[in-house]
Design a protein around this ligand. Sequence first.
Ligand code: G6P
Length: 456
Amino acid sequence: MLIIVLKRSRKKRKAFLKLDGLNAFVALDTRSRTLVAVKNGSPLVAGMGKNENFVASDAAGIVDYTRDILFLEDYDLLSIEGDKITLYDVRSGKEKRLKHQKVDWQIEPESLGKFKHFLMKEVYEQPRVIRRIAHESGYEVVHLANLIKKSFGTYLVGCGTASYACLAGTYLFSEISKRHLNFVIGSEFNYLEDFITPRSLVIGVSQSGETADIIESLTKAKKKGAQLSCLVNVIGSTLYRLVDFKVLIGAGQERAVISTKAFIGQISLLLFTSYALANRLAEGRRVLQKTARAMETILSKDSQSHIRVLARKLWRHDHIYIIGRGISYSAALEGALKIKEASYIHAEGFAAGELKHGVIALVEKGTPCIVIAPPDKTLGAVLAAAMEVKARGGLIIGLSDKNNEIFDHFVKVPEAGLGSLMLNVAVLQTLSYYLTLDRKHDPDKPRNLAKSVTVK
Ligand code: G6P
């Protein structure tokens, strides 16, 4: 009721302006049959249909009914009385011009097809996501590479899974294009923003484009005059509309709460951009194509039955450790997050070199330790760390292109250069799925988690 009178009364409008924090309200006055929507910080969209109108927190919820969408800005107040739609600025009370737009997104069918859960369906879409980027994102990654080249300080900002994509990005840019990029977790940006200047480039990485910590970080960077870019999956999202140059991940709608294919898309784009920055775009494309093919091998029946059996050996354990070095360190973190989120087993990813600085104290007889050992410059050192764990009774599960006598169990992961990161993550995504089934949880609806976190 408060909201209904907002547009008419200056006093009540002021009350709304006093509200602190992120919010979006929708209220219905049943007497006058007026629907009012108002927002500050949280996402809110309206859809204009024929003899019907819609309000939702994001456009994906209503595009099945109408493609005529109005994205509300902060302090917009929308009033819908029958066919009469009016927009006000809640600060001044003045009427604003309605700027709705037609969206022509492809909507994916909600069907599971041959899959039991969206989580696995989306993992199986990953080779397609990588190929699409290899074939269609050339222009975007070259443009982004130029922005990085011109900037004085580039920051990758993400939360959760996207934060691990950002961390992996720092390794990719270092190795491929010899360029230092900064990585900041969205919720920590507040405390590290002092270095942002008008010459900085801040790249928000996000599946939903609505994560509050990312929006807040980029808004602050904008105030400091920085240039903004993003890798985002949801067209029209707040992040999409906030930045100067956007790169679409194009993974298609992610329905499972746990992010999989968007992460693979983010890594593919960061890898491709690193190659573009090194003027080796064609080589980047080849690495992506090889990775897509190799991922199909991992998702093949044989390889999956093997991972299924491995899950049966692990699901009763309370703790699983994952180690990797270099780019595989980010794979270890992402793999551990997948296992935690879905199966609720305590899983931790570590940089293998950190074992001796504390983690080794946790290893007991039979403690499972997954060792990410691709045939790259990290191999010798990561196997040495695995040896240390084994000497203390740890159960070693090796992810590598070749078996090794240190491994108690072995999952074959084809060699794909810097694309191996995505392959190791695919193994851990599917392992996490099977662990979740064995522990009788729902892989698509993990407890306490939300698909997009629009609150601070
Ligand atoms: C939530 C989800 C995670 C996701 C994170 C960041 O915590 O549960 O799966 O990685 O938000 O989301 P974003 O949409 O910004 O990538």
